[in-house]
Every structure is written in structure tokens, then in C-alpha cells.
Design a protein around this ligand. Structure first.
Ligand code: UT7
Length: 336
């Protein structure tokens, strides 16, 4: 019987810091609104010409994770890459990582579950390890949002929230079923697909040539849309449900949580969950203040920084949870 265990974590964020005050110079917004509603003070946005892409940022985070895991790239049996912002429409960035790192021709899977992407990716990797099929799996979450945001007042409800960055983890086989990833729990509710969505370009909506032919500046379909309040209300319910589901599946009470790392969607959502589960500030790790919402990268970025800060110790019960576009949501319960 096997479990999977995280033995290496890495991160990468672009150098370019964009503060709330910087945004107030390009659109009608202000630091007070953004801080009060989201907790975000600044985010990283890739600078044009820097060479950073979703794939290259993922590669940098992966290199750090591999080094910290103390393994070689040749030990990696499989790659899972979660993103909603791939460099190319197809193929996805998993294969770019395989090539850039010079990993042998192992499988590379792309996961498209937006804010829940990293939990979905971990779940896939964990189950490949639990079945005995693979031993070491590289899991990456990376996003380059900034090129695709509407950075005018029209898009301010979305663009002030999202940031760029990447995180990565190495999962390895662990004998027995007491340590490492105990379980993952995944959900979806497609009836709300259009409440947090990027509609175009899409084969079922409008492809690039339709957009170019229309040449319509009022067309918003190729910018992300979010029904913020509706998403918020669903998020707080689903976060709580899926954390409880994970705890109960392992016979744990909420008091067992040593560290909760919620997807960094909004500091107010994280604080709501913290209060609901009766956790102290030391038991919840947030870094949305520095990075904004980095979607599939947010959990590995936060997990890496929590680990770097010495906030996660061997034997701790670590809970990861996410909710986002789809709607999709999920949790992961770890005995670290
Ligand atoms: O990661 C995936 C999951 N995502 C989430 O969980 C996000 C969940 N939702 C949220 O976090 C919040 O809904 C937001 C932070 C996105 C928005 O906060 P809100 O309190 O729901 O604001 P709102 O959209 O209802 O807008 C309130 C007002 C509006 O003005 P009026 O109509 O009241 O005059 C907006 O036009 O705030 C205005 N507004 C802004 N003002 C200044 C919207 N964006 C901005 C802005 N700066 N950036």
C-alpha cells in the first residue's frame, strides 16, 4: 500500500511589482477599495519582453522543487501541469516542461480546472502513485494572467484581483497509508460555468478569426468575466463543505488542522473560513496581499512560502482547499 508525499516545493514570481496605486493610474480604482474588498496590496505582472511565460515560470518553479527534493530530473516519471493561461491554445505547457527540463519522454498531462487546478493536479498525481504506477511526479501550477486582462475601468472588477506566478511540488511514493496525502476530494457544478468565464476564443463561441473580422472594441468576450458576489457566496459555502468532507473521510475533527492553505481568491474568503473553523492566524497561511489571485499557482506558491517560513512541520495535518471557475472545488488532506 502506498501514499504520496511532497518532498520538494518551488516557486517563481516575475520581478515586476504592480501596486494598487500603480493601478489607480491606469483605471478608476484605488488602494482603499482593493484592500478593503480583497486584502490585495500588490501583485506581480510579467513585463513585456522579459521572456516569462506560463511554461517558463513553471519550469523555474519546477527546478527549485526538484533541487529541494534532492532528486534528479531523470527520476521524474510523470508531469502534471495545471493552468488556465497556457502559452499556446494547444499543446498545453506540460510538454514544454518535459522539453525545457530535458526530462526523458515521460507522460505530460495538462489540467484545466482554473482555481482548483492544483488540487485536481495533486489528486491525479497522488492516485497515480497510490496505484503504484509511478514513483516520482512533478506537479506544477502556473499562470500568466496579466496579458489577458482588461486593464481599463471597464475591467476593474476582475483585473485588480489577478496576478502572475508559479509553484511546483515533487510527489514521491511513501510506503504505507499513514503519512503524506491522505485523501483528495473533487467537485464540479457546470450550471455555473458562465459566472466566472473567459468565453472567447473558443470553438463553440467565437474563434480568433471571428474576433478579428468583427474588429469590435466593445466586445468583452475575450476578457475574463466574473459575477463577483455570486462567486463569493458560493465560494464560502463550498470551501467549508469540502474541508469538512476531507476531515470526515479521515476521521478528523476541525481541531486537528495544524495548517490551512486556502486558494488565494480573496483574503475575506480566507478569513471567513478561518473563523468558521476556529483557526488562529498561525494556522492559516495567506500571501494574496503580495501576489493577488494567481489561480492554479496560488496554492503551491502559498504552500512553498509557508514551508520556507517554517510553518509546516513533520506530522502536521495540512489542509489545502480551492474553489473557482467551473464551478470546481476540492480539498486535500495531508499528514506532513
Ligand atoms: O479565484 C476564483 C474565485 N474568485 C473569487 O472567489 C472572487 C469572489 N468575489 C470577490 O472576491 C468579490 O466579489 C470582488 C472582490 C470581486 C468584488 O467585491 P464586491 O464587494 O462583490 O464588489 P462589486 O462587484 O459588487 O462592486 C461594488 C462596486 C461597484 O460599483 P457600484 O455599482 O456599487 O457603483 C463596482 O463598479 O465597486 C465597483 N468596483 C470597483 N471600484 C473600485 C468594482 N471594481 C472596482 C475597483 N475599484 N477595482
Amino acid at each position: 500500500m502506498y501514499n504520496s508525499k511532497i518532498i520538494g516545493l518551488g516557486k517563481y514570481v516575475p520581478d515586476n511589482v504592480v501596486t494598487n496605486d500603480d493601478l489607480s493610474k491606469i483605471m478608476d480604482t484605488n488602494d482603499e477599495w482593493i484592500t478593503e474588498r480583497t486584502g490585495i496590496k500588490e501583485r506581480r505582472w510579467v513585463k513585456e519582453g522579459s521572456g516569462d511565460t506560463t511554461a517558463t515560470m513553471g519550469v523555474k518553479a519546477a527546478k527549485m522543487a526538484i533541487e529541494r527534493a534532492g532528486i534528479s530530473k531523470d527520476d521524474i516519471d510523470f508531469i502534471v501541469f495545471a493552468t488556465l493561461s497556457p502559452d499556446m491554445y494547444f499543446p498545453g505547457p506540460g510538454v514544454q516542461v518535459q522539453h525545457a527540463l530535458g526530462i526523458k519522454t515521460v507522460g505530460a498531462l495538462d489540467v484545466r480546472n482554473q482555481c482548483s487546478g492544483f488540487i485536481y493536479a495533486l489528486s491525479v498525481a497522488d492516485n497515480f502513485i497510490k496505484t503504484g504506477m509511478y514513483k516520482n511526479i512533478l506537479v506544477i501550477g502556473s499562470e500568466l494572467h496579466s496579458h489577458g486582462l482588461d486593464k481599463t475601468t471597464r475591467g476593474r472588477g476582475v483585473s485588480v484581483i489577478f496576478g502572475d506566478g508559479a509553484g511546483a511540488a515533487i510527489l514521491t511514493r511513501e510506503e504505507g497509508n499513514k503519512k503524506g496525502i491522505l485523501s483528495t476530494h473533487l467537485h464540479s457544478q457546470g450550471e455555473h460555468a458562465e459566472e466566472l468565464v473567459l468565453k472567447a476564443p473558443g470553438m463553440g463561441t467565437r474563434w480568433v478569426n471571428d474576433i478579428l473580422a468583427d474588429n469590435n472594441e466593445d466586445d468583452e468576450s475575450y476578457f475574463p468575466y466574473m459575477n463577483g458576489q455570486f462567486v463569493f457566496k458560493n465560494a464560502v459555502v463550498r470551501f467549508s463543505e469540502v474541508i469538512m468532507e476531507g476531515l470526515m473521510a479521515n476521521g478528523l475533527q476541525k481541531e486537528a488542522i495544524d495548517m490551512l492553505i486556502p486558494h488565494q481568491a480573496n483574503l475575506r474568503i480566507a478569513q471567513f473560513i478561518q473563523n468558521k473553523f476556529g483557526l488562529t492566524n498561525d494556522q492559516v497561511f495567506n500571501n494574496i496581499q503580495k501576489y493577488g489571485n494567481t489561480t492554479a499557482a496560488s496554492i503551491p506558491l502559498a504552500l512553498t512560502e509557508a514551508w520556507e517560513a517554517g510553518k509546516i512541520k513533520e506530522g502536521d495535518t495540512v489542509v489545502l482547499a480551492a474553489f473557482g471557475s467551473g464551478f470546481t472545488w476540492g480539498s486535500c488532506i495531508i499528514n506532513w
